[in-house]
Structures are given as C-alpha cells and as structure tokens.
Design a protein. Structure first.
Length: 275
C-alpha cells in the first residue's frame, strides 16, 4: 500500500511502492515543487496574460498538483483565461490517493472541480469555467504517439530516470518535441546529465532553473522559446562527463526499461574505463 507523508511546505504527498519514490520532493514540498519547478519555469503566469487559451501537456498526472497549481496561477493572473490540459498517466489508482490528501486551502476549490469529471473509454474528462482536463490513462510511450495537436507548455514529471528510465529517452523527448509549439517550454525537476543530454540530442536547447530544496538546478527545454542559459560549468560537464550519455529507446518506443538502463550502463562503463 502506498503511504502518505507530509512534505517540507506542509502539503502532503505519497510514496509509490512500485517505484519506491515519493510523488514529490519532500524537501522542496509538493506545492512548492509544482510552483517553482514546473508552473513558473513554463511561464504560465505570463502566458495566461498574453493568451486567451493555453494548451498544456502534463506528463505524469500523479496527484494532480502540477495541474492544480497551474490552474491557480493562470486564473489569478487572468480570470478569463481558458486552460486546455491533456494529461498522460498510466495508473488509474491516483484518484484514490488524491481523495486521501489534505488539500491546501488555496487549491481546495480547484481540486473539487477536478474531481467532478467522468471516466469514458480509458480517459477521464472534466470541464469547468476555466479549464478542460483530459487525462489519458495509458502508458505514455503509446499515448503520446496518438496525440495530434500542439502545446504551449509541458510539465514533464515521471519518476526518476533510474527507476522510470523509459520515460527519459531521446526518442520520447523527440515525440514530445513534435507536440510543442516553437516557443513552448518543457519543465522538469530532473538535474540528471543523461536527461539533459537526451533533451539536447532530441533537438531542444536547454536551460537551468534555480534550485529548490536541494543544491541542483532543475531543467527547462525549448525549441525556440526564451529560457535561462546553461552555465559554462554545466556546458563543460555535458561535454566531458562520462555520465553525460543519453538513455535510448528504439524507434517504436517499446524497449523494456531494464534494457534501456543496461545499454546506458555499458556505454558509461566504457567511458569510465577510458577516462
Ligand atoms: C512523480 S509522479 C507525478 C506527480 C504529479 N505530476 C503531481 O503533480 O502530482 C510520476 C507519475 O508518472 C506516472 N508514470 C510513470 N511512468 C509512466 C508511464 N510509462 N506512462 C504514464 N505514466 C507514467 C506515475 O504513475 C506517476 O503518477
């Protein structure tokens, strides 16, 4: 059974038993992580003032914090904005967990609206005055290939690369990139060199976001949007470190996780031997 825990900012999250990881950084706080590593790095505050409708791709719906905080920030900045959100999530039991959370006051109404939706043909759909959310309950590698529209922002929030490797490959990043408008920004909590290298190989430019609850910077990626630059130190690490090797799937996006990890390890081991 997954267990509920309190995070540094007082908001709650769960530990997922299958991956043996928390849904959120306990040191940053669930709410704070959503705000500072996902929503603001994607410039949802600014975009909601500039556009009447925002198209958001949310990868790993989980407990719904990224989506809920996004709705809060967007509607505070522009009460008339409309958010068209597509989420991808493989685990239908997340709703049982959400119902057990003590939702912070500032998100309570938003969650109440989120929970008013209906399940239909493997999807959960909910509409309100300010948003439509469609959660596709399917393995992301399959679901993403079927999406046929473009987004203004992407929240990329799978479990960590070591346990959820198939979600961090060059090939899945290329698929996500094909769904993004040129100016769109993808935000992720990950600071992994393999992830950063994978985003670069997929054709993104990448940038760093100030650390929250730890020393490492998190990552943003875009095709042609405005993002903070990489530091010279990080550029050098990405060029020289033996760990700066991207994870690779096959073209069909169906290699088993263990194989992706094994292939990555054998390339890193070769590099370490040469170093
Ligand atoms: C770190 S949690 C997401 C937290 C969430 N964004 C939030 O704000 O509450 C990662 C989520 O990704 C989902 N996930 C992991 N691998 C997946 C896959 N291959 N396809 C779809 N969803 C996946 C997990 O079930 C989990 O809910």
């Amino acid at each position: 059974m997954d267990s509920k825990i309190k995070t540094a900012d007082g908001t709650e999250t769960f530990i997922n038993q299958e991956y043996n990881e928390a849904y959120h950084s306990t040191k940053a706080g669930a709410y704070t992580e959503s705000l500072l590593k996902f929503v603001l790095p994607c410039r949802i505050d600014r975009l909601s003032k500039e556009k009447k409708q925002l198209d958001i791709l949310d990868i790993g719906f989980g407990l719904g914090y990224n989506v809920a905080v996004c709705i809060k920030v967007a509607t505070e900045n522009n009460p008339d904005v409309f958010l068209n959100i597509v989420s991808v999530e493989k685990d239908i039991s997340v709703f049982e967990k959400i119902k057990q959370l003590s939702i912070p006051d500032s998100l309570r109404e938003i969650y109440r609206d989120i929970l008013k939706g209906e399940f239909k043909n493997g999807k959960y759909i909910v509409r309100s005055y300010s948003f439509k959310i469609e959660i596709i309950f399917e393995e992301a590698r399959k679901a993403l290939k079927k999406i046929n529209r473009k987004f203004d922002a992407v929240f990329y929030d799978a479990f960590s690369p070591k346990v959820n490797t198939e979600m961090w490959t060059v090939e899945i990043f290329k698929t996500v990139k094909s769904l993004m408008r040129e100016e769109a920004v993808l935000s992720t909590y990950s600071a992994s060199l393999a992830v950063r290298k994978g985003l670069l190989e997929a054709g993104f430019k990448i940038g760093l976001v100030e650390p929250v609850g730890r020393k490492s910077y998190s990552t943003v990626a875009t095709v042609n949007g405005n993002i903070p630059p990489l530091t010279e130190k990080e550029k050098e690490r990405l060029e020289r470190s033996p760990y700066a090797v991207p994870y690779r799937d096959n073209e069909q996006l169906n290699l088993p996780r263990e194989i992706i990890l094994q292939n990555w390890k054998s390339i890193v081991d070769q590099k370490l031997k040469k170093a």
